[in-house]
Design a protein around this ligand. Structure first.
Ligand code: SF4
Length: 400
């Protein structure tokens, strides 16, 4: 039966799958047991002692709770035979998730990861027809492209070789280089989850199916207001809301993991906006919602956009409530970079992730604008070593 969300103007047809977020406690317990057994097996390779491995597992779970504020895998999404519990973690089971676990185990034992990144965010085009209020690439948009398809393939291959478990393509609007995304995916090796971060432009059922067929894992669609008109105003385009909704539906139908990304501005945090947004996200059946905090960078440069203490408290409150309370167990899993950055410092700058812009220059993260070194000039290990000396404008580097 077709249902219609009249308030937000979208229809859910017969073929849109039900929400990917698992609600059955016994099913979640079964998946958690599988993950913990794999962790114990991997830990045994280091400790050679099951008791030591059990103790290590308890430390692992405690660390997870400190970073994220919820028990490990309290919420799980199930998409195309794999399980997802954090936006920045590859799906389980997979080569990528095993590699990520090995890195985290070796950090627990020696404070060093063996090699590799959790997430690489790569801007692959300067092209974009939108005019978003918060755009951090604003000053570089719609200029001449600097990176060829071969450059992009070369960067992806070298960071895969370095052990990167998740690569996210951003822009500009990455879907405007859809053919190049297909070529990159075709030339990639197993062991990395690939994502596209998009406004939704050009992402529909057909393009989602094509990208899925070539190995894409997920899409993160920007949606900055639950009301169509207000999202369109924020994005400077009267079609932006419909593009986002169609991108979510098409991606879900194609079996891609689907996330929404919200720039939680001061005005949006007021009143009932965030609960309304979460209701819409649940109705759309997405697996994740990412909460971004505005920074005075890019188009926001020089503006007073940073959240104050009470606004941060509201945002953190929503994050903890929806991820922890039984009442919200069927809602998407929330990801909030700010929450764990305030708790344990920043994981950017190559600690676990960093950002490559459309000139091939590295930044600590997309929201901490400031080129460090060219990825075309230095191999991954050397470049990440160089970045370690630079710290974020806002948060200390994480020591976890
Ligand atoms: S934020 Fe993204 S979609 Fe919006 S103008 Fe910038 S590059 Fe385009």
């Amino acid at each position: 039966m077709e249902t219609q969300n009249i308030q937000y103007g979208f229809k859910r047809g017969n073929d849109l799958p039900e929400s990917s977020v698992l609600v059955s406690e016994s099913e979640k317990k079964r998946i958690r047991t599988k993950v913990f057994l794999q962790l114990i097996r991997l830990m045994n390779q280091y400790t050679k002692n099951p008791i030591k491995s059990l103790r290590l597992l308890l430390r692992f779970k405690k660390k997870y709770q400190t970073v994220f504020g919820d028990a490990m895998m309290s919420k799980i999404a199930h998409v195309d035979n794999r399980y997802y519990y954090r936006l920045g973690s590859p799906g389980f089971p997979s080569l990528a998730s095993e590699k990520m676990f090995k890195n985290e185990i070796s950090r627990l034992i020696s404070h060093e990861s063996e090699k590799g990144l959790r997430t690489l965010i790569m801007a692959i085009t300067k092209k974009c027809p939108l005019k978003c209020e918060h755009c951090f690439e604003w000053n570089n948009l719609n200029q001449k492209e600097q990176l060829s398809t071969q450059d992009l393939i070369g960067i992806v291959r070298s960071y895969q070789k370095y052990g990167t478990t998740q690569i996210m393509f951003s822009g500009g609007e990455p879907m405007l280089r859809k053919k190049d995304i297909v070529k990159i995916l075709d030339r990639s090796e197993p062991g990395t989850d690939f994502w596209v971060i998009t406004s939704g432009l050009g992402l529909n059922k057909e393009s989602a199916q094509l990208l899925k067929k070539h190995g894409l894992t997920g899409v993160m669609v920007s949606l900055d207001h639950h009301e169509a008109e207000k999202h369109n105003t924020f994005r400077g385009n009267s079609n932006a809301y419909q593009w986002a909704i169609d991108a979510v539906s098409g991606s879900r139908e194609a079996g891609l993991v689907t996330a929404l990304s919200l720039c939680a501005t001061r005005s949006y945090i007021q009143g009932n906006n965030l609960p309304n947004y979460m209701d819409l996200a649940k109705d759309l059946g997405v697996s994740f919602v990412q909460l971004l905090e505005p920074r005075a960078e890019g188009r926001y440069q020089g503006q007073d956009v940073m959240l104050n203490e009470s606004e941060i408290k509201t945002l953190d409150g929503i994050y903890l409530k929806y991820n922890n309370e039984e009442k919200y167990s069927s809602y998407p899993i929330i990801n909030s970079l700010g929450y764990h950055q305030r708790k344990v410092g920043c994981f950017g700058g190559g600690n676990r992730f960093f950002y490559i812009d459309t000139d091939g220059d590295a930044h600590l993260c997309p929201y901490c604008v400031g080129k460090t070194h060219s990825v075309l000039e230095y191999p991954p290990e050397e470049l990440i070593g160089k970045m370690k000396d630079t710290s974020c404008h806002v948060f200390e580097n994480s020591v976890l």
